[in-house]
Design a protein around this ligand. Sequence first.
Ligand SMILES: *Cc1c(COP(=O)(O)O)cnc(C)c1O
Length: 366
Amino acid sequence: MNNHVSVLEIDAKAVKHNLNFFKQKLQPNTKILVVVKAFGYGSDAVDIAKIVENEVDYFAVAYANEGITLRKAGIKKPILVLHPQLPNIESLIDHRLEPNLYNFKILDAFLALADKKVTMNYPIHISFNTGLNRLGFWHTDIGNILSEIKKSNNVKIASLFSHLAASEDPEEEEFTVNQINNFAYIVKEIYEHLDYDPIVHILNTSGIINYEEAQFDMVRLGIGLYGFGNDDAITAQLQNTHNLKSIISQINLINPGETVGYNRAFVAKEVTKSATIPIGHADGISRKLGNENGFVIINGQKAPIIGNVCMDMLMVDVTKIDCKEGDEVIIFNHQKLIEYMAYKTETIPYEIITAISQRIKRFVKQ
Ligand SMILES: *Cc1c(COP(=O)(O)O)cnc(C)c1O
């Protein structure tokens, strides 16, 4: 492919491996929904969806426009929109996207629209707040939800779901089990009032790992598909999906006392060979990695980032590395490198991979 710019290589084999790893944890009848929000966790939602479409039951995105992108690319599987907004509920219907209806404002608006625009059984999803306190109805809303939905023949509840607040944290097990039990109670109450059974789901990646007994009818796989479990032992069994690479644009020899980059932050103590790499903080490489906090890999060796990370570039010390302009630079190609970047920038791998800018070309390695 184009070897003259920074690129993000999406490893299709790794994605499939990770999907199979989680599928093996499921009961034979448990469905699987794959979360491809935020550009497939910073990769490419369409590429990811195409890689796994034949092996999954559902997709989820956060916002309507993300779902529209998938439909325009020819993705046919059902798509749950986790956080639809009032101004674009009409576009959901136009693209056969299935809304999560999380409060009465959006439920009522959608029901009114469905009366005008659709004929029968348009799939909707109802979410319940069981402790995350983000989106979702409360258990005390059940009666009103059912009476509103029963007034309309145009919609049908495709699923009931909730979201765990701390599924990765063993210290919060009691809280999590409570969330699961309260959700099961909500589901039971709704089932008693419907003559059909919506799909039920609560587990995200860490939930799948830690709460096998709570799979219900479906699980929602996000970060796990992209190579991260909730501890080293699981992550070691997953494969890295995001390989961020660049090249050396220019090499400079810096004399003692001379400086590199903005604010003259790096001062050479001895003759230093620096390499300029075309990727910067506008591409998701945090300024916190500057001044030797982070490194890249060139010809198998670590090259520390020197001085401040610029918007479009960064400079690294290659004094001890045999390299030339045009050589490949690896920003990360393993979960451990992503975890190290996250540690150094006081965040989590989710934020590192979703921050990779849209300026960086994506391609799929089959
Ligand atoms: C993002 C998201 C997920 C996926 O979570 P992971 O921890 O990445 O597996 C699942 N469900 C909801 C509601 C989400 O917002």
